[in-house]
Design a protein. Structure first.
Length: 255
């Protein structure tokens, strides 16, 4: 783990930013993921717990970004590929990908990396915050539910007017506003050196969801001149008749 004093020297003054503002940046590809970032791996129950914590006003941790003029391979968090390569300055998310990707796609109600966020719902008869959000297909479903994403759209809420009272509609709107207005602390890494950025990324990812061997390899063996991930994916495609995927190849390389 990187020394705390070193971290303080490398990170600029923190700022607060709302979920709504961060979502706009994700939507516009103003906040992207560096190629050495891991894949999205969270399960829906983790997303459920995260959203519940936000509604309850609990602390969910800050984000670490890397703002640099150095251009490296990257991909979006919004599932779209229309990234503007003419941007002169790039902002990469080093820590917080799982949380922000979860929040973004839960609000959109879209499927992303085989995770079906449309399964999230609001329990209209919940008696506590911890019972407010549920997952279709997990346990017994309450009688009165609406899709989680619908509370963020007035038009969609109107479609439920036969099932919810005016007071419930106001309450649901307030829940949506609370989520969008939730502030996260954002720290920016002060370096243009990609090696420093990768070291910081690996240090931060010793906690949270444990990284698999092949993910560590991808983050450590990376440069703009050689993209191991792309090369392994190319090899996996060439050997697909042997049922070798990129994960299997990388796992083999780790031994």
């Amino acid at each position: 783990m990187i020394d705390a004093s070193v971290l303080r020297r490398q990170v600029s003054e923190k700022r607060e930013e709302s979920v709504s503002s961060i979502m706009d940046k994700i939507e516009g590809n103003l906040l992207v993921l560096p190629e050495f970032q891991r894949e999205y791996v969270w399960k829906l129950d983790q997303v459920q717990n995260l959203l519940t914590s936000i509604i309850a006003g609990r602390i969910i941790g800050g984000l670490l970004t890397w703002k640099t003029k150095s251009s490296i391979n990257y991909h979006s968090m919004n599932g779209k590929q229309n990234i503007d390569d003419n941007n002169m300055e790039f902002v990469y998310l080093l820590d917080g990908q799982q949380r922000m990707t979860s929040i973004y796609h839960a609000i959109k109600g879209e499927s992303y990396r085989k995770t079906h966020f449309s399964r999230l719902y609001i329990n209209l008869d919940a008696t506590s915050i911890d019972d407010l959000i549920g997952i279709v297909g997990k346990g017994s479903e309450p009688e009165r539910v609406i899709p989680f994403k619908d509370i963020f759209s007035h038009e969609l809420l109107v479609q439920h007017q036969k099932d919810i009272s005016w007071e419930e509609g106001v309450k649901l709107g307030n829940i949506a506003d609370r989520i969008l207005a939730y502030n996260l602390s954002i720290f920016n890494l002060k370096t243009d050196d990609m090696g420093d950025a990768i070291d910081q990324f690996n240090s931060l990812n010793t906690g949270g969801t444990k990284m698999k061997v092949h993910e560590i390899i991808l983050s450590k063996i990376y440069s703009p001149q050689f993209n191991l991930k792309q090369e392994v994916n190319k090899l996996a495609k060439e050997t697909e008749s042997y049922i070798l995927d990129s994960k299997t190849i990388l796992d083999a390389l780790s031994f």
